[in-house]
Design a protein around this ligand. Structure first.
Ligand SMILES: Cc1ncc(COP(=O)(O)O)c(C=O)c1O
Length: 387
């Protein structure tokens, strides 16, 4: 069967490749530990599951979701309340909030809603691979904006060639950043809004790690910056703060025209989120802040353990303060892939090569802290031995 040309432009999805590699090794009897994927092993809190079960028994919820493409009004109200209490951002639940099947879906729909074939879309390098795929599927042209350690992994807009800026219609950003862990600052938000306004570039600020910060780092929404709502939307998600990656529920918030345009795309693509999942989402947003604190304490402890082990084998660095990933420099001038293979061959530990996130990821690997303590300790013991 001949499939669409657009798919041939999309590089293989990193995690699918990794899953295959892990499955092959496991089939050969190797006890592989994967530190490559960011997917919490701890369960979704009971109160959220109970709410799903309760509302799933109501036949009213077996029908097409309420308010279909936009998300249930009660869910959108709860999102607005969450944004007000967590980030001091005021949102109109009618025009500025939209339910999503996770923030990943929002990345794709942002492109469909804003980008015409041939438009340039800026994205960071390293960056979350789904941005490139979404841009390409929408007929856009991705342009990589390097983010470097010497600039705290924030893009320097002045470095982007003027002819690229002129053609750019969109920009993907994500802080706390996957993969580097870097966090944005309020001063950076002001620069971002000014750059977007001056060049008529729509910002897609992908913020699913907004709650995953350490060492006193402030939790931030891009929409807290003056003028942000004029230039873009923020995507967020219940996946990471509430251990709900499998539930597929998130939100797009911000610029009303973009929210309406994304809603129109959804109206013609899916029929919204199962009502019972939305009720469970309301429960999470309203009552499970405690889970966030609990998870942050767990990740902080694991972070310290990984950093101590790495320092012990000569990889000593000062990590940025966001996400449950560590962006680790490779030792002894090893390339990213070389170090990834070394850990796989010598320790049966899988990590993500930095180059999977772009050419500026060379010289790094990414370690995820979302495995159990026991598996992490075993992985660290093996890494120590491998050195
Ligand atoms: C930067 C970034 N954006 C979006 C997502 C997707 O999150 P969701 O589960 O909300 O679709 C991830 C997941 O790992 C991510 O790292």
């Amino acid at each position: 069967m001949q499939t669409a040309d657009r798919l041939t432009k999309i590089p293989p999805y990193l995690f699918m490749e990794l899953r295959k590699k892990i499955a092959r090794a496991r089939a050969d009897g190797v006890d592989v530990i994967s530190l490559a994927i960011g997917d919490p092993v701890e369960p979704t809190p009971d109160s959220i599951i109970d709410e799903l079960c309760r509302t799933a028994r109501d036949p009213e919820n077996h029908r097409y979701p309420t308010d279909e493409e936009k998300g249930m009004f009660a869910f959108r109200e709860e999102v607005a309340r969450w944004y007000r209490t967590r980030y001091g951002v005021t949102l109109d639940p009618v025009t500025e909030v939209l339910g999503l099947i996770g923030s990943k879906e929002g990345c794709h729909h942002f492109v469909m809603a804003r980008i015409n074939p041939g438009d340039v879309v800026l994205m960071t390098d390293p960056g979350y691979p789904a941005y490139r795929a979404s841009i390409l599927m929408g007929g856009g042209i991705p342009y990589n904006v390097p983010i470097r350690p010497e600039n705290a992994y924030l893009p320097v807009f002045e470095e982007i060639p003027a002819k690229i800026v002129k053609k750019a219609r969109g920009l993907f950003l994500n802080y706390p950043n996957n993969p580097t862990g870097a966090c944005a600052t309020r001063a950076f938000f002001d620069r971002l809004v000014a750059f977007a306004k001056e060049n008529d570039i729509a910002v897609c600020y992908d913020n699913p790690y907004s709650e995953v910060v350490f060492d006193g780092q402030e939790r931030l929404s891009f929409l807290s910056a003056g003028g942000a709502k004029e230039v873009g939307v923020e995507l967020n998600s219940l996946s990471k703060p509430y251990n709900m990656t499998g539930w597929r529920i998130g939100m797009a918030v911000g610029n009303p025209e973009l929210v309406a345009a994304i809603s129109k795309v959804k109206e013609n693509t899916d029929s919204g989120i199962f009502n019972a999942v939305q009720f469970a989402g309301i429960r999470a947003l309203r009552g499970e802040t405690g889970n966030i604190d609990k998870m942050l304490a767990i990740y902080a402890r694991r972070r310290e353990k990984v950093l101590a082990t790495l320092a012990g084998v000569g990889i000593d660095f000062n990590p940025p303060k966001g996400t449950f990933y560590l962006w680790v420099p490779t030792p002894r001038g090893m390339g990213s892939l070389e170090f990834t293979n070394f850990l796989f061959e010598k320790a049966a530990v899988v990590v993500a090569a930095g180059t999977a996130y772009g050419q500026y990821g060379e010289g790094f690997i990414r370690i995820s802290l979302t495995v159990s303590d026991a598996r992490l300790e075993e992985a660290l013991a093996r890494i120590e031995k491998a050195f």
